[in-house]
Design a protein around this ligand. Structure first.
Ligand SMILES: [Zn+2]
Length: 231
């Protein structure tokens, strides 16, 4: 083989390799878009600062459990190739200290932050409470007028029923919660458990159970992205 011919063969092989890489890269990107990989999902840890949220029978503050679960959920989604954005990453709320109505200011700023990210959807982490101590288990709420949020809520509720509940609960529509109503993209609220139930409160403060909850929510989210979006 002459020098020139050898060079042409090498160049040809390089071109082929480049074309192959471009094609598979494009395919990977298309698959990633279908499955939501690389896209933004907002994780909202409810309450914070002056607003503790619900207070458990044993004195647990909802805001602390919310943040711990939200952080673990963000880590889990990152491993799945999602870009998680947290509305808060520390104990502080989102209100301005000088605001006359801190709760209202907090909710407004949360929504503005969420809308600014243009996420696929938002998962807001909360803990429940009820007057009857026996009531327990996870429950997912969605905005009544969003088909996408309803479907996402179904996937998360199913995963949590399987992984965490002794008795399955149903996802629930809502059209009064501020965050569900005011965000431009679909939003669901995940109530991980009841702080008014002594047993569930004791579990919810452990890192082990928080991790289990986060992984379950993550599994629901990925199920929705992989299956529902492919239809
Ligand atoms: Zn709450």
């Amino acid at each position: 083989m002459g020098e020139r011919l050898k060079m042409e063969t090498v160049m040809g092989a390089l071109l082929l390799a480049a074309a192959f890489l471009l094609a598979t890269g494009g395919m990977k990107q298309a698959a990633a878009e279908v499955q939501g990989t690389g896209r933004t999902v907002v994780i909202d840890a409810g309450h914070g600062g002056d607003d503790p949220g619900k207070v458990g029978v044993g004195g647990t503050l909802e805001k602390d459990v919310n943040l711990a679960v939200a952080q673990k959920l963000a880590d889990c989604l990152k491993k799945e190739g999602i870009r998680p954005v947290m509305t808060r990453e520390d104990e502080k709320g989102l209100y301005r200290p000088e605001a006359s109505n801190k709760k209202q200011d907090d909710m407004k700023n949360r929504c503005a932050k969420i809308d600014g990210e243009k996420p696929l959807f938002t998962v807001s982490i909360h803990q429940n409470s009820y007057t009857e101590e026996a009531v327990h288990g996870p429950q997912v709420f969605y905005y009544a007028h969003s088909k996408e949020a309803e479907e996402l809520a179904g996937y998360i509720q199913d995963a949590m029923n399987e992984d965490l509940a002794d008795r399955p609960r149903e996802k629930k529509a809502n059209d009064t919660y501020y965050l569900l109503k005011k965000t431009k993209s679909p939003t669901v609220i995940v109530e991980c458990g009841f702080l008014s139930n002594r047993e569930e409160e004791a579990k919810l403060v452990t890192e082990e159970y928080q991790q289990k909850v986060a992984e379950s929510v993550c599994r629901g989210i990925m199920g929705y992205l992989k299956e529902a979006k492919n239809r």
